[in-house]
Design a protein around this ligand. Structure first.
Ligand code: PLP
Length: 486
């Protein structure tokens, strides 16, 4: 191929005219999709196919000569629709349309954000957005943080800060000299365990504290566990509070954990990836009383704050702690690591090239008002409570616990006179639901019992949708039981 042809081909990659045309067509396609999944009663949440069939489909598509918008349409048909009101599955936000459009802007600009010049607006918006969160957490003007790609990375970064501040030796330069450990509820998200292991603390470095019947950390055994850790030669550097836990949405008593952390000079970190968002709600913020005493807090915007994944705030009570986490020279990026330059956000984060995450959160707040998060959180949490009430009113269902959050675990037990293998029964029900595609829910195991698990993620999900879900489960349950009268 000669150079002229080559350039011609490449210029098509960036051609504004075709971008405009395809863009209009694509937005129409997406708007039609939104309309369908939100308002058409016959639209499925998921058109389930086995992994093998799905792969085969795309292999054929890849080898076909089809181009243009058709490919996007097929992607939509082959993907789960979180905007469907009967989507009640994993904890992924239902993205606001303005945030989705912001994603397009962010992708076209591809500003790297880590250094100021590579994201002027991006860095300024990030400061505004993180300060906004810091204020709601209840921090004073020293509170500050970063946006990062997901709660997993944010929790790891917070634990690195804990090690930097609370470890007796300089681990960053000298490696581990002591056996360090962190304390956390046995119900914590697995990424905390993983972070401790990545940091080289090993199995003994993650001390799992048992939980009570509501799956909250048992605060009355903390001292005992501390004594055991000490006699095992461990140096505990941090305690992590769950706000809320992933499986059941339970909130630890953060005030008591803060007292304990103060007494033993521990770093107090709150994993609020899911439920930390209640800081925006007058009605539900009591669930995180004491969060303002944490040294660091993680809140995912992409869980219950209407933002596409990934988009996470990691906020520190003392901004200077954030600058200490990654003390490394990167001379070609900035002159000095020790100066606190908010506008070079790469100094404070794992990531080098970083997505322009701030634009999505900023656009939501600017378009829909700063109280939109409160409205969403209230709606989802209210609906979680309403749904659990409906479950209690039906004798053929069992509720795991009264929900603190928008996460409801329950199981179908049918006619209790005819006991069954309920684990198997609920597995079968969940499988049938997915294959039918009218609803999307997940399942979990709590203390050896299998539960169906609903997270009310979509503010458009109504009590009617919830009632229909229970009806559908009863129908499938009856069918599996072969009960004739239903
Ligand atoms: C989702 C979640 C995480 C993990 O966050 P990602 O953004 O998925 O990486 C951590 N902790 C809790 C409590 C969560 O709900």
């Amino acid at each position: 191929m000669n150079t002229l042809n080559q350039l011609e081909t490449l210029s098509k990659v960036y051609d504004p005219t075709s971008f405009r045309e395809l863009g209009h067509e694509l937005i129409d396609l997406l708007a039609d999709h939104l309309e369908k999944v939100q308002y058409d009663n016959n639209a499925s949440v998921i058109n389930y196919r086995t992994p093998e069939d799905e792969l085969k489909y795309w292999q054929e598509d890849f080898n076909s000569g089809d181009k243009g918008i058709g490919f996007f349409k097929n992607i939509l048909d082959h993907s789960i629709s979180v905007h469907h009101p009967k989507y009640m599955g994993h904890q992924v936000a239902v993205p606001s349309t303005i945030a989705a459009l912001s994603g397009l802007v962010s992708d076209l600009l591809s500003n790297g954000t880590g250094v100021y010049d590579m994201g002027m607006a991006s860095n300024a918006l990030e400061k505004i957005v993180t300060n906004f969160v810091a204020k709601y957490i209840g921090y004073d003007k020293n509170g500050s943080g970063i946006l990062t790609s997901g709660g997993t990375l944010a929790n790891l970064t917070a634990l690195l800060a804990a090690r930097r501040i609370k470890s007796p030796s300089d681990v960053w330069n000298d490696g581990h000299q002591e056996k360090l450990a962190v304390m956390v509820s046995e119900e914590a998200h697995y990424c905390i365990d993983r972070a401790a292991r990545i940091m080289g603390m090993g199995s003994s470095g993650i001390i799992k504290i048992p939980v009570d019947t509501n799956f909250r950390i048992k605060t009355n055994v903390l001292e005992e566990y501390m004594q055991i850790a000490k006699s095992d030669g461990l140096k505990v550097i941090a305690i992590v509070g769950c706000a809320s836990s992933t499986a059941t949405g339970s909130y630890d008593d953060l005030d008591v954990l803060a007292d304990f952390a103060e007494k033993h000079d521990l770093w107090f970190h709150v994993d609020g990836a899911h439920g930390g968002a209640v800081v925006f709600s007058e009605k539900y913020k009591h669930l995180v009383n004491g969060i303002n005493r944490a040294d660091s807090v993680v809140i995912d915007f992409h869980k219950i704050l209407m933002t596409p994944a990934l988009n996470t705030a990691l906020i520190f009570k003392q901004r200077s702690d954030n600058y200490k986490v990654f003390e490394q020279k990167a001379q070609y990026l900035w002159d000095s690591q020790s100066t606190e330059e908010w506008y070079n956000s790469g100094k404070r984060t794992f990531e080098c090239t970083k997505l322009m995450m701030s634009i999505k959160v900023y656009s939501i707040l600017k378009t829909h008002g700063t109280d939109v998060f409160e409205k969403n959180v209230n709606r989802l949490y209210d609906m979680g409570r309403a749904f659990s009430k409906m479950i209690k009113e039906r004798s053929d269902f069992e509720l795991a616990i009264d929900p603190h959050a928008n996460i409801v675990n329950f199981r179908y037990v049918g006619n209790k006179e005819q006991p069954q293998d309920y684990n198997q029964l609920n597995d079968n029900i969940r499988q049938r639901l997915i294959e039918d595609g009218k609803f999307y829910i997940v399942k979990t195991t709590i203390r050896t019992k299998r539960y169906l698990r609903v997270s009310i993620m979509n503010p458009m999900t109504t009590e009617k949708d919830c009632g229909e879900l229970l009806d559908e489960i009863e129908k499938i349950g009856c069918d599996i039981y072969k009960i004739t009268e239903c």
